[in-house]
Design a protein around this ligand. Structure first.
Ligand code: ADP
Length: 628
């Protein structure tokens, strides 16, 4: 027993030496030196001392990191494009940007670390595209979320002397992926917390900045590590809350959300397929019609992303699975069908038909397509028992194949989902039309809003509370924030000026107390972009004229009636389409943003770009009278 302790120590040192021996050529010399020093120290320390444990853990981390071990990057642009298309529908800007990155890598022969930030509402595929990029580039993938992170030590690690000290997330990442050039996805970077001791944002800066992260120093590791080959992808819902110095170094790619048409494609080609496989249902056992999908998207899943859509589709498929299993119990499957089949098509003997039916009912064979693979076709086995696993149809016999398929379908009842029975699967529609009014009455105008969840339409309503000499005033309700309240005041003033100009005798604003409300009352709202909508609403009330039908507008106004640009043009355009708005008014300064949108978003919308309120006045009130 006396000799055991030293043996233990030697065994330990041996282990570490062995580990580092394999990496010796690639490991930077300063690290080797530190390891050597620590190994010597280990020999001198008492095995029961706490110092010994600290040193042992430290050596463990130092030797396990993938020093200089890079995964072979794939710079094949076609391959990458194929993978990106395979995983995601649309998102062409994002894909284009990734391909550019790969192309540069190919020409230079090595790729550089970069920070890409994907911003957009929840469920638009930010995280999953990060995973795809890693796959396309053949890099390892590591994801960590910094939402609410307040402790700098999470990023930079603890000092070794603390009890339970751990290195930071990046070192843990390198250990777990085993290569020095992974793709690291930093989720929710806009929700970074604020620490009481140190600022995580600044620590992230050191981690992300390509200038600094060549020598990233983790407190625990205490030797600089090179993170310059790591590709960082961040995700955020909004970019306003990302600390500026961080934002400065990122390349923002925004994903605005999907329109109905895009959602249809995503649902059909991606979500449905994945869910079906996940539920173990075969394509021939179910049919969801286009009408059903459309109804699902329009009445249940209106939000910008597709996560909820995915949930609903999963719900449908789960219910189908239950139905199928229930049927399976009550119906008598395989053999009964066999009796029917020969009368339909007796060509090449019943045995193959039996096989086919059995195969369909056999959970071991997941995909009938798979079973039809050419390599398997050769292995024609005559014995039915064996053939359940290997056999498909006799080669070249396409006609019989088709007929048998038909016969097989009869055995397994197909579940059809149409817009008429959709309710049975997902319940009653959750969305009521966003439009409360077909034709907005006097004093009500539709505006366009933008939140981190995507765009939406909202109404601005104004009515008169009371009237009397000098009673002019404005009250506001609807959970408005300070900025929005101020913008209502501005709107009041501007409307007064405009009315004075248009109808000099009209004393409406001087003599009436107005009430402005923005439904829905429970949703907090803020921002200046409803300015022009408020003016229109007040003027409509003052003049007793409803605003033009199917019109929505957005734009900040100044006291002199100029229209300033707003954010979220694409989201707002999508929201307007959803509410079947025909005419939209945008600030002139946003024309460029709108022109850059995809054609399927712009299609069918009549958009006016305005510089001053008087142009809106013409569009909202005068066109109406002219046409009528
Ligand atoms: P986010 O990170 O933006 O909140 P996720 O990346 O988690 O959203 O995406 C939610 C789901 O939606 C994922 O299952 C993803 O595959 C799917 N998805 C989103 N966009 C697309 C798309 N364009 N094509 C196919 N699937 C998509």
């Amino acid at each position: 027993e006396l000799g055991l302790e030293t043996d233990d120590k030697t065994a330990l040192s041996e282990k570490f030496r062995e580990r580092i021996e394999a990496k010796k050529d690639k490991c930077p010399p300063h690290v080797l030196q530190v390891i050597e020093e620590e190994l010597t120290k280990l020999q001198l320390l008492e095995a029961s001392s706490s110092e010994f444990n600290v040193t042992r853990n430290y050596l463990d981390w130092l030797t396990v990191l993938p020093w200089g071990n890079y995964s072979n990057e794939n710079f094949d642009v076609h391959h990458a494009q194929q993978i990106l298309d395979e995983d995601h529908y649309g998102l062409s800007d994002v894909k284009e940007r990734i391909l550019e990155f790969i192309a540069v890598g190919k020409l230079r022969g090595t790729s550089q670390g970069k920070i890409i930030c994907l911003s957009g509402p929840p469920g638009v595929g930010k995280t999953s595209i990060g995973r795809s990029i890693a796959r396309a580039l053949n890099r390892q993938f590591y994801r960590f979320s910094v939402g609410g992170l307040a402790d700098v030590a999470e990023i930079k690690g603890h000092r070794r002397t603390y009890v339970g000290a751990m290195p930071g997330k990046m070192v843990q990442c390198l250990k777990s992926v085993g290569t020095a050039n992974p793709l690291v996805l930093i989720d929710e970077i806009d929700k970074l917390g604020r620490g009481h001791s140190g600022d995580p944002a600044s620590a992230l800066l050191e981690l992300l900045d390509p200038e600094q992260n060549i020598n990233f120093l983790d407190h625990y590791l205490d030797v600089p590590i090179d993170l310059s080959k790591v590709l960082f992808v961040c995700t955020a819902n909004v970019i306003d809350t990302i600390p500026n110095p961080l934002l400065d170094r990122m390349e923002i790619i925004s994903i605005a959300g999907y329109i109905t048409d895009e959602k249809m494609h995503i649902a059909r080609d991606y979500l449905e397929k994945n869910t079906r496989e996940a539920c173990g249902i075969k394509p021939e056992q179910v049919e969801v019609t286009d009408a059903a999908l459309l109804a699902l998207i329009e009445n249940y899943c209106r939000e910008a992303g597709v996560r909820n859509l995915q949930k609903q589709i999963e719900k449908i498929y789960r219910k189908i699975a239950l139905q199928l299993v229930r049927q399976g119990v009550s119906n008598e499957p395989a053999l009964e069908a066999v009796i029917v089949t020969p009368s339909v098509e007796p060509t090449d003997g019943g045995s193959a038909t039996i096989v086919k039916d059995e195969k369909l009912n056999d959970p071991a064979v997941k995909d009938p397509e798979e079973a039809k693979e050419p390599s398997l076709k050769e292995t024609l086995v005559t014995e039915p028992a064996l053939s359940t696993d290997t056999l498909s149809t006799p080669e070249g016999n396409k006609d019989t194949d088709g007929v048998k398929e038909e016969a097989a379908d009869k055995a397994v009842k197909k579940v059809l989902i149409d817009s008429s029975n959709l309710d049975d699967f997902v319940g009653k529609p959750v969305f009521h039309a966003e439009r409360i009014y077909e034709q907005t009455p006097v004093g009500v105008v539709m505006g366009l809003a933008w939140t981190s969840m995507g765009g939406s339409t909202l109404y601005i309503e104004t009515t008169k509370v009371e009237e009397g000499e000098g009673k002019g005033a404005l009250v506001m309700t609807g959970q408005l924030g300070d900025v929005m309240k101020e913008s209502a005041q501005i709107a009041h003033t501007v409307s007064r000026a405009i009315l004075r100009d248009k109808e000099p005798d009209n004393k409406f604003f001087a003599d009436s107390k107005l009430h402005l409300h923005v439904p829905a009352g429970a949703t907090p709202k803020d921002g200046p972009s409803a300015g022009c909508t408020m003016i229109t609403s007040m003027l409509s009330l003052a003049m007793g004229k409803p605003a033009r039908k199917d019109l929505a507008m957005t734009g900040e106004v100044t006291l002199t009636g100029r229209i300033l640009p707003i954010g979220g043009v694409k989201e707002k355009a999508i929201a307007a389409r959803r509410s079947s708005i025909k005419t939209i008014i945008f600030p002139a300064a946003n024309k460029r943003d709108f022109d850059e949108l995809a054609d399927n978003v712009k299609e069918g919308l009549e958009v006016h770009f305005v510089d001053t309120y008087s142009e809106i006045y013409k569009l909202a009130f005068q066109n109406e009278t002219e046409t009528s």
